[in-house]
Design a protein around this ligand. Structure first.
Ligand code: SAH
Ligand code: SF4
Ligand code: F3S
Length: 473
């Protein structure tokens, strides 16, 4: 399997398997250590912060060393088969640790837990507890149950749970960028996708708690928030007497008004729902970053119909044209699946021509992976041979590399406002930060400026993933 992933905070699956560490909670220590590892999308990483918060209330301290942990949690993803395989392999590695530390609790959280439910306990003997994404408040009870010698499962999905009142413990944080979850679940039922089954019905978090969380983050020094949802454009909240209604454009505006120095990003937008109102709100506020992740999946209308994406090629092009008209400088990225059921060469060529039309700044590209229980698995044969899926993927990966380079090179000679996020991965002599359009910029350290500050940087060179430049006053 070749899944291409280009680094980007909200979608970066290369972060998969990262150990998340939080500082010990003083005064409440129960003497037990928690190790938590996250896979999958930004929502899962954000959920791990909620889990850490719930358990830190119980006095758990976190550790980055699973061999010394009392509780190991693995927060899992089911989106493609290889995501699940990775988790199964990791569980094998935990086996030795558990054998040498009797009493250690091993828990599976997240989407795979929800998909497989109690079956997990039969399939993976070392697992003690299985917890779905809406049941994290129950974790202290479930751990108690395991302590008393039983296995424990809670995979109830909820129509209301948004964890709105839980203030997440920021894990592995640079103190500058944070995720803020604005909704949970998904009602879209794209035929290839397991998310509606693992995350349940769509629900929006109340806007006051969102604005409060973003304000608190700003006040503690954070300078960028990414609002998270599977389909942020369908964010919808109203109070009990319906006198107040808030849609995504309204929410963006409320968060933008917190402070002009707080940058706002969001993910993911759905082509069927992204409105001109959202685009005009983005254009109106300088602190809403000019970057939209707009997954196309396929450039062919028949395939889009089989995928149940509920838009056509023409509709998608109309949305791209609206973005270009309202925000000519806006960066656009996408997700593409190759080799979906019955996709012909001609139809694949329409995906290629869509890429040529849009010239995406980034793309996340995958071979179709059939997921049990989805509409596509029930209705259509997974009939495109793996080598064909792979050849189509290789073709679009090469094309995207070309456009990523073209898009970055168009920035050369221009001055960009960059939020310094820290030192570059390669050298302590360089800072790294992202431009408004989400391009990574690397530039020599200037002692007058520190991480968390904005600087103007002129772009001088680029690779297909990074701009290089220097600060100008
Ligand atoms: N909510 C987002 C996407 C969530 S999943 C949206 O609607 O766009 C992230 C990406 O994984 C999807 O956009 C899709 O490109 C890919 N994906 C989802 N299910 C897949 C499957 N069964 N096989 C291959 N790729 C898949
Ligand atoms: Fe999956 Fe579609 Fe929902 Fe995205 S919008 S999470 S692809 S069902
Ligand atoms: Fe995210 Fe994977 Fe679940 S992409 S919603 S963790 S299936």
């Amino acid at each position: 399997m070749i899944d291409l992933v280009i680094p980007d905070k909200a979608h970066d699956e290369s972060r998969q398997g990262e150990a998340l560490v939080l500082d010990p909670v003083v005064g409440k220590n129960n003497g037990r250590k928690l190790y938590i590892e996250s896979y999958g999308c930004a929502m899962n990483f954000s959920d791990s912060e909620i889990v850490a918060s719930i358990l830190s209330e119980q006095g758990f301290e976190t550790t980055s060393d699973y061999t010394s942990a009392d509780v190991i949690f693995i927060n899992t993803c089911s989106i493609r088969e290889n995501a699940e395989t990775r988790v199964r392999n990791r569980l094998k590695e935990f086996k030795a640790a558990k054998t040498s530390r009797p009493g250690m609790v091993v828990g599976v959280l997240g989407c795979m837990a929800e998909r497989l439910k109690a079956k997990f306990l039969e399939e993976e003997k070392l697992v003690d507890v299985v917890v779905g994404p809406d049941a994290y408040r129950d974790l202290p009870n479930l751990i108690d149950q395991v302590d008393s010698g039983q296995k424990a499962v809670n995979v109830l999905l909820s129509r209301e749970e948004t964890y709105a009142d839980i203030s997440p413990v920021r894990l592995n944080s640079n103190g500058i960028n944070a995720f803020v979850s604005i909704m949970r679940g998904c009602d879209n039922m794209c035929s290839f996708c397991v998310v509606p089954f693992t995350r349940g019905r769509e629900r929006s978090r109340d806007p006051f708690s969102i604005v409060q969380e973003a304000t608190d983050l700003f006040n503690s020094g954070y300078r960028e928030v990414t609002l998270l949802g599977q389909n942020v454009d369908s964010y919808k909240w109203q109070n009990d007497d319906e006198s107040q209604k808030v849609n995504f454009a309204n929410l963006l505006e409320r968060v933008a008004l917190i402070n002009p120095e707080l940058r706002i990003r969001f993910s993911t937008s759905h082509p069927k729902d992204i409105t001109d109102e959202v685009l005009y709100t983005m254009a109106k506020y300088d602190n809403i970053c000019k970057y939209i992740h707009l997954p196309v999946q396929s450039g062919n209308t028949r395939v889009l119909d089989l995928m149940n994406r509920t838009y056509t090629r023409d509709w998608y092009i109309n949305r791209i044209d609206a973005i270009r008209r309202i925000m000519p400088d806006c960066a656009i990225s996408t997700d593409i699946i190759t080799g979906f059921c019955t996709e012909t060469d001609e139809e694949h060529k329409e995906t290629v021509s869509m890429m040529e039309y849009v010239q995406y700044d980034f793309a996340y590209m995958f071979m179709y992976s059939e997921r049990p229980g989805t509409l596509a698995a029930k209705r259509y044969a997974d009939d495109i041979p793996e080598p064909v899926k792979a050849a189509r993927l290789t073709e679009i990966v090469a094309l995207q590399q070309k456009y990523s380079l073209v898009r970055l090179q168009a920035q050369i000679g221009k001055v960009q406002r960059v939020l310094i996020e820290g030192f570059s991965k390669k050298s302590k002599n360089d800072y790294a930060g992202r431009t408004d359009q989400n391009a990574m910029m690397v530039f020599p350290v200037d002692e007058r400026f520190k991480p968390g500050m904005y600087v103007n940087v002129i772009a001088e060179r680029s690779t297909s993933a990074t701009l290089m430049g220097h600060i100008i006053d």
